[in-house]
Design a protein around this ligand. Structure first.
Ligand code: CO
Length: 579
């Protein structure tokens, strides 16, 4: 038996097998570790060095970066892309593109998907990793076509998960369907870090056999500690590229460390084309960025979360669950949520857990725990998911539960985007005059109306009078909190004590979050100020954990709101009165 350690074998390996590495440091790594808080300046200072390193591609856009840029960093995401492209001329830029969801959490009309792909290409994006959370091929088609039309590289994706309905045969079938749509390469996206070396060998072996000319890339997370070993098996099975992050930005819920993976692969006769000394220089730089950008909470995370092998929750999702529970002052209930989540997922038809299904299932699990009665509080998103508005679920939801989750919403069987009217002109029309500076802004608004508007207004304000950047406020708060940790909890409870006297039935915020009422853009179905409402009518919304939670009228009567649109509210706060 050849152990691979013999001198003879080492000498014989004169022709090295080539494997390439995609660097995820500028996107997935900081999304997984730092809640996506890396800034354009942080990137630009090292961009040239990274461009010269010899990576296959640089994943630097898409995923949560777009939203976070505008919401927390007050940056224009398009400008970030242009600036990176200006420096990185040698290495293709890569983005994560959520199929018909683009970068958001819902389906957008085809015209918006197409125009977004066109402008992304025009601004410098090269490779588009296009995935659908449910692996529903109908949700990938428009994006694949559009990317190809504008000269981009369309990478198809298998969102990898394990369940009784996810078999190798099923995955090969999905890949073939994407092949027939014209994808240029295929990614196995193991967002939860649950793909074992053995399963990777089996899956990639089957894919190589079924489509020998299709380049295969593998994306994983170190959450469970298996990814580096899995990459080795994937390379041997025929994958041509794997995703890594520079060591300082790697591991935990991020990608495997580039430097280690390079050494592992080279020891087995693979040539990555990357140089350790150059990688060390890049890594030194990120040590200094880490000191500034790493949120204090993430330094307490375990290096390896072996629990993932049980609960199969992706990297970014665990940090989201943690911060969602912290927002609800319920961080101590994380173990219960982790236990609830697989049950919620099974009940919801075994969706792979990736944006947006990870949010939908994650928040629903949080609500199932916090409300004390499973599915008694259902988000708008869960309702639409159950009715088919995100696509086909991998396995059907039990009819009785489906009916309950739909709550009167009529289920659909067509491609969800077939029901959407073109949205580009409507988006352009909805932006107040004077705030648009380029067509890209219209797309930003179409994807994230409230967030984009907040950013546009901030941008339009006199620089001397601008509100501070939210991420700066967060950082300052985190520092103060760390300095005064023992007092922190008393401040929150003091607020609840001085509740005002109310004449009528109070409407309470069920969660901490952002309050929206009928004058918010795109929420016309809610009650207007002074309107007569019936018991159970959705009267307003609290956006918490990125999802919209409708609040139902606890009594009949005329409604008077006490909170302005777009303001933050805390759980139990009186947001309106009905009398
Ligand atoms: Co990822």
């Amino acid at each position: 038996m050849d152990t691979g350690f013999s001198r003879k074998k080492a000498v014989m390996k004169t022709t090295k097998k080539r494997i390439r590495i995609t660097d995820t440091t500028l996107r997935d790594a900081h999304q997984s570790l730092w809640a996506t808080r890396m800034r354009t300046d942080d990137i630009l200072k090292i961009a040239e060095e990274i461009d010269n390193a010899g990576y296959y591609s640089l994943e630097c856009w898409g995923g949560a970066t777009f939203d976070v840029c505008m919401r927390f960093l007050r940056e224009n995401p398009w400008e970030r892309l242009r600036q990176i492209k200006k420096v990185c001329r040698k290495t293709p830029l890569q983005m994560l593109f959520r199929g018909q969801n683009i970068l958001g959490y819902k389906h957008y009309p085809d015209d918006i998907v197409e125009r977004f792909a066109a402008l992304a290409c025009e601004n410098g994006m090269d490779i588009f990793r296009i995935f659908d959370a449910l692996n529903d091929p109908r949700n990938l088609e428009t994006a694949i076509k559009a990317v190809k039309k504008y000269g981009g590289h369309a990478q198809g994706t298998i969102s990898y998960t394990t369940s009784p309905v996810h078999t190798v045969e099923k995955y090969v079938e999905l890949a073939k369907e994407q092949q027939s749509m014209g994808i240029d390469s295929l990614c196995i996206k193991d967002m939860a870090g649950i793909l074992t070396p053995g399963a990777a060998r089996e899956l990639i072996g089957a894919l190589v056999k079924a489509m020998p000319s299709m380049p295969i890339q593998v994306h994983s997370h170190m959450t469970s500690g298996m990814a580096a070993a899995m990459y080795m098996a994937a390379a041997e099975a025929g994958a041509g590229c794997v995703d890594c992050a520079i060591s300082t930005m790697s591991s935990f819920s991020s990608q495997p460390p580039t430097e280690s993976v390079v050494s592992i692969l080279e020891s087995e006769g693979f040539d990555t084309g990357l140089d350790q000394l150059r990688l060390a220089k890049i890594n030194d730089y990120f040590k200094s960025v880490k000191a500034k950008r790493q949120p204090p909470s993430s330094s307490k995370v375990e290096a390896v979360d072996a629990g993932v092998l049980v609960h199969a929750i992706p990297g970014g999702m665990i940090s989201n669950l943690r911060s969602q529970l912290a927002q609800q002052d319920a961080l101590d209930r994380l173990p219960e949520v982790l236990e609830e989540l697989p049950k919620t997922r099974a009940d919801m038809g075994y969706p792979p857990l990736v944006t947006p299904t990870s949010q939908i299932v994650g928040v629903q699990s949080v609500l199932n725990v916090l409300s004390g009665k499973r599915f008694s509080m259902v988000t708008d998103e869960t309702k639409h998911y159950a009715a088919g508005y995100y696509g086909r679920t991998p396995s059907p939801i039990a009819p009785k539960l489906r009916k309950q989750l739909c709550g009167g919403l009529k289920p659909i069987t067509c491609r969800p985007a077939d029901l959407l009217a073109p949205g580009l002109f409507a988006a352009a029309d909805a932006i107040p005059a004077g705030l648009v500076q380029a067509e890209e802004d219209i797309l930003s608004y179409a994807l994230f109306p409230e967030v984009a508007l907040g950013y546009f207004k901030w941008r339009a304000a006199d620089p001397a009078k601008r509100e501070p950047i939210p991420a700066d406020v967060e950082e300052a708060k985190a520092k103060t909190a760390a300095a005064a940790a023992p007092e922190a909890s008393t401040a929150a409870s003091a607020k609840a004590a001085d509740a005002p006297k109310i004449d009528g039935t109070p409407v309470l915020a069920p969660l901490n979050g952002t309050f929206y009422r009928s004058d918010a853009p795109g929420k016309p179905e809610m009650a207007a100020e002074g309107a007569s409402v019936k018991v159970g009518d959705a009267v307003c919304v609290v956006e918490a954990m990125k999802l919209f939670n409708p609040i139902k009228a606890p009594a009949a009567g005329k409604i008077a709101f006490l909170v302005e649109n777009g303001k933050s509210v805390t759980k139990g706060q009186v947001v309106a009165v009905i009398k």
